[in-house]
Design a protein around this ligand. Structure first.
Ligand code: 3HC
Length: 288
């Protein structure tokens, strides 16, 4: 299978990653179906895509009208209907191996034999997910970054049995949606980016605990010294403090206490209105 045989993309999960991945695919010219468990979640995801396309069109960042791109996107709660005609299925469901495997097992049953099954996991084993299917050579990691529409990188991750053809097709696909892909040859926990990024967010949290820095100072240090768009605490709030925390469940290292407390108190960053900082707008209106 080559990228030219991909017409229809199914994205499972309409949350911040799922709807962004779907939007990227639609802008790239693909027909897209977004699936989530409840109507309200699907509607929210579609609204986010529509809002974002409007913004991009306003600024001349897409070649077509927002309406034309949006016309290629549909939503559903029915998994079978979502994947039965898909050439590529990208899952962006919650970051738990059991959920990923259940999802892939179901998708494997309904998706066409030629379809590639991609996971947006930020670090779980692609090899293990592939065991839930009868097509491990067509299971691959495609790790996007938040927000997918703005972040240029995709990690294309090899499972032990992923075929070279699948890897090549996903590199071509990344190219076709205007992204830059890096090839991650082994599905080590966290791949490349999160093995760099998680310490970047956790080390300052240990320093905070020990009274060696403040949230604002650590953030200012990285923004002004490195030129990063966000410092470690702001990025943690932006990505969701729980995301980094759960990512590390398989990690050898203990979670820094400030992060542990935030998760216990359900202060998860922008999406809950409170994290290391306070937010008035909450999730979904991050950019308003
Ligand atoms: N669609 C359309 N327009 C958008 C948009 C979107 N999704 N997001 C933002 N915009 C628009 C805004 O509305 C705003 O437009 P306006 O000026 O007309 O209102 C304009 O873009 C600029 O918005 P901001 O000022 O908020 O944007 P910035 O220029 O500050 O950039 C950012 C925002 C891209 C998020 C930048 O802060 C950034 O790069 N932050 C770091 C993000 C990052 O590192 N992400 C990776 C996280 S780790 C991860 O995802 C891995 C996972 O495994 C956990």
């Amino acid at each position: 299978m080559t990228v030219d045989t991909i017409d229809r993309v199914a994205v499972l999960g309409a949350g911040s990653m799922g709807h962004g991945i779907a939007e990227v695919a639609a802008i790239g010219g693909y027909d897209v179906v977004v699936r989530d468990l409840e109507d309200e979640l699907v509607e929210d995801g579609l609204e986010q895509i529509e809002w974002s396309l409007g913004k991009l069109a306003e600024k001349g960042r897409i070649d077509e009208s927002a309406d034309d791109v949006f016309a290629r996107v549909e939503g559903t709660t029915d998994l079978e209907a979502a994947v039965e005609d898909a050439d590529l299925v990208i899952e962006a469901v919650p970051e738990r191996m059991s959920i990923k495997k259940d999802t892939f097992s179901e998708v494997d049953e309904y998706a066409p034999d030629h379809a590639i099954l991609a996971s947006n996991t930020s670090g779980l084993s692609i090899t293990e997910m592939a065991t839930a299917t009868d097509r491990p050579e067509q299971v691959v990691g495609t790790h996007y970054f938040n927000p997918p529409i703005r972040m240029d990188l995709i990690e294309v991750v090899h499972g032990e049995e992923t075929s070279e053809e699948t890897i090549e097709t996903m590199h071509e696909y990344a190219d076709s949606v205007g992204k830059t892909a890096i090839d991650v040859k082994k599905d080590v926990h966290g791949f490349v980016v999160n093995n760099v990024l998680v310490p970047f967010m956790e080390e300052p949290a240990w320093m905070l605990e020990e009274g060696l820095t403040t949230i604002e100072e650590a953030d200012a240090a990285m923004v002004y010294q490195r030129g990063y768009p966000m410092g470690p605490f702001e990025l943690s709030d932006y990505s969701g403090i729980d995301i980094g925390y759960h990512f590390r469940e398989d990690s050898r290292y203990e979670a820094p206490p400030p992060i542990e407390r935030k998760v216990e108190n359900d202060e998860l960053g922008r999406k809950t209105g409170t994290g290391f900082y306070e937010y008035e707008d909450g999730e979904g209106t991050t950019y308003d």
